[in-house]
Design a protein around this ligand. Structure first.
Ligand SMILES: [Zn+2]
Length: 443
């Protein structure tokens, strides 16, 4: 099972100064920055996915600057992502259209011919057909029943595009592997889409529209699709938001999936921000310690404007929280001292009140409990990755992109290892089963 990381220019500044809290003045974004595979010294994924919509152009506003998009077209995806070194040649590079960026349009802004050319010229190893996201989902309708007029239109557009895309790929003699994208409003309609894609000639399918679905819903779709296509058909899940649940998906024979989840959770989840391997094959999660920049945090600034706090007092609390966390890491402050400094600064942040007025509020008590667990375990000391080794306690501090994304990249490394352990477990299990069967036959 291949873990493909959906990139969205997720790099960090290797020269970032954590004490001064800034990058060198001469830093050039992108050029001086490091991708996850650069800062870790190895790739914490089996491949990368780049969406056309993230690159952007005059029709779709992407995340790349105009000059980055130009360079991408000029040098190709591998060189742009700095994956053109020998140690990274084994990595797959998937491309898709980024259907979420044009979800409100009547039709996708890209033609199948244009996308086939784009993937081929930019050097992708795998390219998805031009799909149109269907948002309705009815788990209980049977076969091709149900589905709004809009859903059916999108279903037809996706399949027409897939048919044309495959013909384009053949015509230009493209060297990438084409994936037919499945869109549907129910397990039955997705299975029908999959069946038609296989009839067209696709051997690798990408299941779209999975982002808003819960794990059990994704599973009934996979079951329906698996039943409709040959066992040799490979399946990819596009935008797999339930990445932490991957263990329970092992039975569906997924060849690959893409996600950003381990990176994003580092700074978008309320609790699960830092990953470590857990007992058996589980993951273990820690809450990172929020110490935002007093003069930049909108919530803290609001309370200054309202007159609840003075800016200089907030800055003092911020400095004290950072100082005590570092002292704790060096063994010069005890856990209670560090926790107290952090909570004094958390009160204005979470309750917009001074600590003395809300120290027993449920929110602050909950936070204290989670922070205590993080501090007492010192997870950053348990991780051998290059980021944790170099930055120590800074990686657990929730503050600005250089700390938050580093923590996310550390999570990618833990997650990649998690996938490898699951695959290994499955491999062992399979070998056991086969040898048992062989033995049974022989005996
Ligand atoms: Zn680490």
């Amino acid at each position: 099972m291949k873990f493909i990381f959906a990139d969205s220019l997720d790099y960090v500044d290797p020269a970032f100064d954590f004490i001064a809290d800034r990058s060198p003045a001469e830093r050039q974004p992108y050029w001086d920055d490091a991708y996850p595979h650069e800062i870790l010294g190895y790739a914490p994924y089996d491949g990368v996915l780049v969406s056309r919509g993230i690159v952007g152009d005059h029709r779709v506003k992407g995340k790349y600057t105009a000059s980055q998009a130009r360079r991408f077209g000029l040098v190709g995806v591998r060189k742009f992502l700095r994956l053109d070194r020998p140690e990274f040649t084994h990595l797959d590079i998937f491309g898709d259209c980024g259907a979420f960026t044009y979800v409100n349009e009547d039709r996708p802004p890209y033609t199948p011919a244009e996308m086939a050319e784009f993937y081929d010229e930019c050097g992708f190893t795998h390219g998805c057909s031009v799909d149109h996201v269907i948002f309705d989902f009815y788990p209980a309708v049977v076969g091709m029943e149900g589905g709004s007029v809009d859903a059916k239109q999108r279903f037809d557009i996706t399949l027409e595009n897939a048919d044309q895309f495959l013909r384009e790929v053949e015509q230009i003699g493209a060297s990438f592997t084409p994936l037919g994208v499945v869109q549907g409003w129910s397990p039955g309609s997705m299975a029908e889409a999959a069946r038609r894609l296989v009839t067209m000639g696709y051997e690798y399918l990408a299941i779209g529209g999975m982002v808003p679905l819960k794990s059990p819903e994704i599973k009934i779709c996979l079951e329906a699709i698996r039943a409709a296509v040959p066992a040799s058909t490979k399946l990819h899940i596009l935008g797999f938001a339930k990445a932490d649940d991957i263990d329970s998906f092992h039975g569906y024979d997924i060849a690959s999936f893409d996600t950003t989840s381990p990176l994003i959770r580092a700074f978008k989840d309320a609790k699960k921000n830092y990953y470590l391997p857990g007992d058996g094959l589980a993951l273990r999660y820690f809450t990172s310690i929020r110490v935002p920049q007093a003069i930049e945090n909108p919530r803290l600034q609001r309370s200054v404007k309202r007159g609840t706090f003075r800016a200089e007092d907030l800055v003092r609390m911020e400095v004290a929280a950072l100082g005590s966390l570092r002292a704790f890491d060096r063994g010069e402050a005890d856990l209670d001292e560090a926790l107290h400094s952090v909570l004094v600064y958390s009160a204005p942040l979470f309750e917009e009140k001074p600590f003395e007025d809300c120290q027993n509020s449920p929110a602050l008590l909950q936070l204290a409990k989670r922070y205590r667990e993080t501090l007492s375990e010192r997870p950053w000391r348990q991780c051998p990755c290059a980021i944790c080794a170099a930055t120590s306690v800074e990686v657990i501090i929730f503050r600005g992109s250089n700390r938050n994304k580093r923590r996310g990249i550390h999570n990618l490394a833990v997650y990649k290892n998690h996938i490898e352990r699951l695959d290994l477990k499955r491999a062992v299990k399979r070998t056991d089963e086969i040898s048992r069967r062989l033995c049974a036959a022989e005996c």
